[in-house]
Structure formats: structure tokens, C-alpha cells
Design a protein around this ligand. Sequence first.
Ligand SMILES: [Zn+2]
Ligand SMILES: [Zn+2]
Length: 331
Amino acid sequence: MNVRLVNDLTQDPLLYASFDSSSESLLLDCGYMFGLSLREIQKISSIFVSHTHFDHFMGFDHMLRMRIEQNRDVEIFGPSGFIFQAAGKLSGYSWNLCSDLNLNFIVFEIEPPVIKKTVLKAQEAYKLGEIEILPYDAVLAKKNNFIVKTAIMDHIIPSLAFSIKEIDSLKVDGEALASIGAQPGPWLGELKRDALAGHDLNGEIEFSNGIVFERRKLAELLFYLKRGKKVSYIVDTVFSDDILEKAVELSENSDELYCECAFLAEDADKAASSHHLTASQAAIIAKEANVKKLFPIHLSKRYTGRFRDVFLEAHGVFPHVYLSGKGEFKV
Ligand SMILES: [Zn+2]
Ligand SMILES: [Zn+2]
């Protein structure tokens, strides 16, 4: 999984995740997105919106413009009230001359104990129709190569935090394959599928050069496990015992945690009253969750030119702090 923070640290937070093994990409939050190429936007299969404050949802129109002629559905997930707000954005335009459009939005509104689902169809001028009610599940999306989970934070309004876990995969050791003199073929895919599924690897394979191998031995020789990366994203929330517990559970053992550090501790009163995090609170989440790297994001513009102070405050609590795009800060 390749993850890119699209904007600068004080701008709208936007995380773009792509996968080597798939043409699908994911977008976390949907604010200002002119830093994404047309091709990147057209690859997005699912958008996860934390909440609908302007800086997290205003890019929807740009995405719509870039995607409008694509015949490929987009899933969008958001918090309480999201279906009405997504439909509201689309209803702000006239669609009477667009009978050849086929871009549909499958909209999920996360509101425990339920998830509401609807499909906004181009062919129906994006009119709000039937809403399906599903039981709440923290797992929002589960595909062959990734799982996206959510936890609900508190920003006076609900704000969704997300984690993306790339599924572990088996890779073929090319040198080991060459060393046995076997040609890749359907046998390799079958062996990999069985090994991944934990099936018994009974039996043998005879290659065209006459060499016979036990399947179990071949799997040991040829495959190695590539651990899938875990990336978490937490923005716009107050800090409390309850939030800390939920944030830690979601982001536990992440390789990378992208976390709002809107304020410094010197402005903790402002953070508390606007339900935002300070750099040290974000670092407490990173530390408790045992993440590998903390990336502070969504800094208040008041700290432009004071990134080192943000780094030092977070670093005082948790040592593995990285300011995306700003090079290495040293203590
Ligand atoms: Zn907000
Ligand atoms: Zn925000």
C-alpha cells in the first residue's frame, strides 16, 4: 500500500492510498484535492469522509467533475446526516441534459447501531430514493487486498476515524524458483492459494525437467510472507478517556498514524473548546497504540513557521514523529 498526504500540513487533510496489486485507490477525506492528478482521482473506488465540515468535504465537486464521464460506481462513507448532505450536493446542479451519464454513488451513513445505505444514480438525476438500513459494523469495507475500519470520534458532531489494513500476502522468491529449474505456471497460483488458505499441501508436482517435489516443501522453499501495512487516520476530535480508548483500539500497531495536531498545548483551551487535539494528545494516542510512525497533520495555520514546535511537543511524548514533506526534524 502506498499512502500519500496530498496537501501541506496546515491545509485540508487528505490521504490517498493506492495498491500495487490493484487499480483501486482509496481517499480519506474529501477537502481541497487539486494536488491529485486526474488519473489518481479516476482510480478512486471509495471515499471515506470523517465529517462534513467544509475543509473535509468541499472537494466532492472537483471529484465529481473529474469523474462525471466515467462509468464506474464510487462508494462514499460518512457520519450521521451524510446521505442527506451528499444528495444535497448533487441536487445543487441540473441534470436534465445528462441522460448518457452512468456515474453512480453508493452512499453509506455510519450511525450506530445502524448503517444507512442508498444509491444516488445519474440516470435518476441523483434524486434521493430508497434508504436501506443495515446493522452497524466497524468494518466498512473488506476487499481482497484491504480492510477499512472506523471508530467514531467526538468533534461536537460525530467525526469518523479510519484504519486501512492491507491484507498479508505470499510472495514468490524468484531466485528460489529459478534454483529448482521450474517454469511458473498454473501450479504456482494453485499452490499459493492453498498455502494462503491454510489447506493441507499434500501431493507432489512433477516438472517437465523430470524433477518431483512435495507441494509442502515447494511452498516452504518458494514463498515468503509480505506483511500488509496498516495506516490509521484520526482528525478533528476532542481528547478524553473514551476517545483515547477508541483511537488506540482503531490504530493499534499501525505502521503509520496520520493524526490531527491542530493545536499546541499552549492553546489547549482552544483545542478543548473547538473539540480538536493538541500535538501532545496526538502523541499520547500514538504511544498508547504502539504505532511505528506518527505523522502530525491538519495543523492550525497559526503555527505556520512553527512546525518545529509541533514536532518537539509531540516528540516529547512519542519519539517517532515525522512531519510529512518537511524533511527530518532533529531534537
Ligand atoms: Zn472539523
Ligand atoms: Zn478540519
